[in-house]
Design a protein around this ligand. Structure first.
Ligand SMILES: Cc1ncc(COP(=O)(O)O)c(C=O)c1O
Length: 337
């Protein structure tokens, strides 16, 4: 793989797998063992040439994250140890706890905030939703289920939020019909006047608003919601506030010029007011795909002054252009759906 990365620029960004290669992956379950060298040779000939292309410097087909050689090393070490951090007495747990504290510090959360690595931002957002559900209905909902709730829960996010938010409502059993998609302004940010109106309307009709999901860097355009304004509404309405920071949460640690960041300063200082947030390793830091983090703290808990703040306008920088026309899928889809 090191050789592959060193010479990657000499090869095309992407090429289609020939039918004969695809057919190799449609064979019956093998009944005989093969030696490892043989399997590796298959990898070299039939897999490596036909991947997405996201590690190529000219790849511009959406936001896959490229990965890095340091990430490769980390993966090898982690697989070598194959640590199970679900319990027992070993150092892996200290490493994870340290990372949790570092993330908490980076986002201005209190030192005792909890956090965990999960498989992706979809899962991190799902966890944020479950925490909000428990907060609204009490821990008994875990045993009693949603039918014991006195009123129907409703959640709020912008019409530009990633599709995984609706999916989280579906997975939780609350139902995506109970997710209100709040309209956005010309910059793609959630309109907080419409948010407040939607919550008030639902309360009048007997619903139980329990969660607002803000977005720091939308998947379609990189738009940043006004997190401070939303936090005000969440506090006032006593509704859990979670931020999907897949792209944007890490700009909180960016150090670009104060002029460039001024516009985003209010939004980026908001993590210190968040009950929960999540961010992605594969987008800014380019860690191997699907290493992510979610963290939360309870409503009402206050942190000291937040960390150094945001700095960068995201719009445009994350909107990747389409790769070769033959790339095999439309690159102009709406990823919020
Ligand atoms: C803003 C946002 N949220 C959530 C996700 C979902 O992340 P994952 O694919 O890791 O589940 C993405 C993916 O691009 C995203 O851009």
């Amino acid at each position: 793989m090191i050789d592959h990365l060193q010479t990657i620029e000499d090869r095309p960004v992407w090429q289609p797998a020939p039918q004969a290669v695809r057919a190799r992956f449609d064979r019956p379950l093998p009944r005989k063992s093969r030696d490892l060298a043989n399997v590796l040779s298959d990898f070299r000939s039939h897999i490596k040439p036909y991947v997405t292309g996201n590690t190529h410097p000219l790849f511009m087909g959406w936001v896959h994250g490229a990965g890095t050689p340091v990430g490769m090393l980390a993966e090898m070490l982690a697989s070598g140890l194959n640590a199970n951090c679900g319990g027992r007495n070993h150092i892996g747990i200290d490493v994870e706890r340290q990372m949790t504290r570092w993330f908490a510090e980076a986002f201005g959360f209190p030192r005792d905030a909890s956090g965990v690595f999960v498989t992706g931002t979809s899962m991190a957002n799902f966890m944020g939703l479950l925490i909000a559900r428990n907060e609204a209905l009490g821990q008994s909902v875990r045993a009693d289920g949603l039918r014991a709730a006195a009123a129907q829960l409703t959640a709020y996010t912008s019409s530009q939020a990633h599709g995984c938010i609706a999916q989280a409502l579906e997975l939780s059993g609350i139902g995506s019909r109970n997710l209100r998609l709040v309209p956005v302004d010309a910059a793609g940010a959630m309109r907080h006047d419409r948010l407040a109106a939607a919550i008030a309307d639902d309360r009048r009709q007997g619903y139980l608003p329990f969660l607002i999901v803000g977005t720091a860097g939308t998947v379609n355009t990189g738009a940043m919601d006004d997190l401070h304004a939303i936090a005000d509404i969440a506090e006032e309405q006593k509704v859990w506030f979670h931020v999907d920071g897949a792209f944007g949460a890490l700009v909180v640690r960016s150090s670009c010029s104060p002029n460039a960041c001024a516009r985003w300063l209010p939004a980026s200082s908001a993590p210190s007011r968040l009950p929960s947030t999540c961010t992605s390793g594969r987008m800014f830091p380019m860690t191997p795909a699907f290493s992510w983090f979610a963290t939360q703290r309870r409503i009402g808990a206050r942190s000291p002054t937040g960390p150094p703040i945001c700095k960068e306008r995201l719009v445009g920088s994350v909107r990747a252009r389409c790769g070769p026309a033959t790339w095999g899928r439309t690159c102009h889809g709406d990823f919020a759906r």
